[in-house]
Design a binder for this molecule. Sequence first.
Ligand SMILES: [Cu+2]
Length: 750
Amino acid sequence: MIAGSGQLKPHALRESVRFFARPEVGARSPSEVGPYSKLQDVLIFSGFRYHGIIEFMGRIIMYGSMAGVELGCTLITVLLAWIAGNKASNLVYAGSGRRLRQSIRSTFIIAGTASVFAVAVLAGIFIIAATKPSVYWEDRVLINAPLIGVPLLAVWCYSVPALRRVMRILPPESGAPDAGIRGKLSAPGVVVPFQAAAVGAATALYFVLAAPFPLQPLDAASPLFVCVLAIVGMWMLHDRRWQRVSRPDAPFAGRTRRRTLGKLGALALGFAVMLAAVASGASASRLPDRLDMASGPMDFGGGTVLSHDTSRAVSVAMMTGPREEKPDRRITLTAERKTVRLASGKEIEAWTFNGEVPGPELRLKQGELVEVTLANKDIEAGVTLHWHGLDVPNAEDGVAGATQDAVMPGQTHTYRFRAEQTGTFWYHSHQDSQEAVSKGLFGALIVEPAQSGPTDPSVRDIVVLSHLWSGSSGFAIGTDSGVRRETVKPGTPVRLRLLNTDNWVRQRYRLAGTPFRVAAIDGTELNEPQELRNAELQLTTGGRYDVTFTMPDRPVFLSVGGSTEVGLLMSPDGTGDVPTLSPPASVFDPLHYGKPASTPFHADSAFDRSFRMILDNNLGFYDGQFDFVYTINGRLFPDTPMFMVKEGELIKVTIVNRSAVDHPMHLHGHHALVLSRNGEPSDGSPWWTDTLDVLPGDTYEIAFRADNPGIWMDHCHNLTHAAAGMSMHLMYEGVSTPYTIGTATVNQPE
Ligand SMILES: [Cu+2]
């Protein structure tokens, strides 16, 4: 189970789940996502009979949990191997034959237990390798598996047999080992493999926990170098000791002060090295005071190199909506702090638009020119308006530091755009968005078709915007933290617009009492959606599903969060009881839903650029803080790549989630067509998305037309992830920005 999937977990618990569900990391610079599991082909080719079992296991054991098991088992292997290494090293100091036998036996038992956990790690790596593309396992197979497996192989093939031979020749009732036995017990070849197993597993643990994937050569080489250095050093020390203690006249060494001092010295040295690494890591991760979003590492996606001379570029400030024409509609949104009372009676310190949370529901007509004036009364952090899912001109996109400066208290900013798309969208502040969205600076944005006359008034159109208010104990629809009731006459067509505005919650919805259809995803209508019965909908942060059905003559209940405590009860007379929920028959999956229809491009189109986006997470530093960080292609913003494109090009992006948690990836200003997931083509209705939930172990291929010039954020909509570095942007050729971000500015988009 993924942290935060539609159920509440205390923050600390969620953090620890996230910690222990951490994946690993690995080697090699970016290349194609690679063969769809070469090992799988080899197994089939060689007639491997258990192939089906492995594939089955790979399916039932989720990648995320496998990554968690890998982390836990590697950690236990390190600890047990370290104890075994210590015991093996002390055998030579045993006071009697009986003691020595006992010590050898317990060394075997501890090393054996360590090996069981190591085998669990290796089996996990094998299953991932047999079921996933190479991008998920090349580092595991090439680095982690040898680091864990090779020293243990030496233990069982050499050290253990050697110690068993000692046990055989040891007189039953002898005193302290004589010189001959001492020589056999302290030989480097006998002792060092036990200790190397600990050092190897510890190095593997580093790769699992802290190294970003894909690894740069230096990232991979330096820990391996330290590992080899440690093993060689141990060998030299043991070699010296071996020569000393195996002399016939050597005094019984016991636990001398020298050995204790030596160990303390080594510990202190290790600690000092760690502190130095921490200090340099922290300072190297500090973000610059001022940063131009139009600069950064460029990725051309295998296409032609584009010139990026910002001095001759067009400023995003010029890329506005219609500025001269008279707007069809004028709206003012004023951001202000306010104490808001939820339906539960709980009061929250909210950041509101026009004093409301969520902000006013905006309903526009397609083609309408709208002018929105944003005023900031007293939000000291500043505020902007981003039209999530609406592909507006770049200057109207509302990203602080990229397309405008944050609007500070007392200031205003005017947005103007034509709503070209129809469907369910939302607006929210994109300044300090993690805090702003959590506190209430958002609202629903609905664009209705422009047809002649008003939209069919017989349709009951209900926005269900779910949110978890801070300090409150459960989800709410708007501010209703219980069951909201609506009167709907039987026979009425109903459209529920589900919007998930939370942070890191894959919201679960159930509709009891009627079959239904998912009519639209992320604002785009689906083609011929089939009827669903008792299916659970899981909606990612920032995503939208439109659900339609015809009202029956009995109550219909929409459950939010999977319980009967929060939801929407629709009934012919506004009364009725909340029905009991039976377990869901299935989870809605858009990949094969609806009927195919023509699209402007498809999987076989000739793409001008193909980018690869590898998502991962690890322990590390971001802006001087040690924390869980979320990487894109092994890097954190602003070192993440800018995907460079030219207007008119057709772009493919392969998104790989190697991490142990889900990442709803949100590209501004464009809608992408999902081509495939894990090699399986999307063969239902065309599936257009602006916020794609990429689950651990999933690989998506998506495509879009670069038809909206500017600088466009592409980030995880789990806003805590974006704030921890999981952010990058799509950068058009010849575009620059006059705005900057950083502590020397007011702008902080995440
Ligand atoms: Cu994320």
